[in-house]
Design a protein. Structure first.
Length: 89
């Protein structure tokens, strides 16, 4: 069953390739949605996929790429948006 999540990642996550690594992780796992930098220094992700696929992405978000320093993440269920691919905004 397809689920949709919003994932908000806080910490040192700008300027470390977080969005591009998140896109690669999403594409490798068949996840659709998007990732963007937010003005407050966080990264915001909307992701759709099977529950096990989303677990892989959310687990990865807890640490991010090696240059990132993740302080916390917030995960919420959201209504499906029916994304066709995964993009970096």
């Amino acid at each position: 069953m397809i689920k949709s999540l919003s994932i908000h990642v806080f910490g040192r996550v700008h300027g470390v390739g977080f969005r591009y690594h998140a896109r690669n992780m999403a594409e490798e796992n068949g996840i659709r949605g998007f990732v963007r930098n937010d003005p407050d220094g966080s990264v915001y992700i909307e992701a759709e996929g099977e529950e096990n696929q989303l677990e892989i992405l959310t687990d990865w978000c807890r640490h991010g790429p090696k240059w990132a320093s993740v302080d916390s993440i917030e995960i919420k269920s959201i209504d499906p948006r029916n994304y066709r691919d995964f993009s970096v905004k």
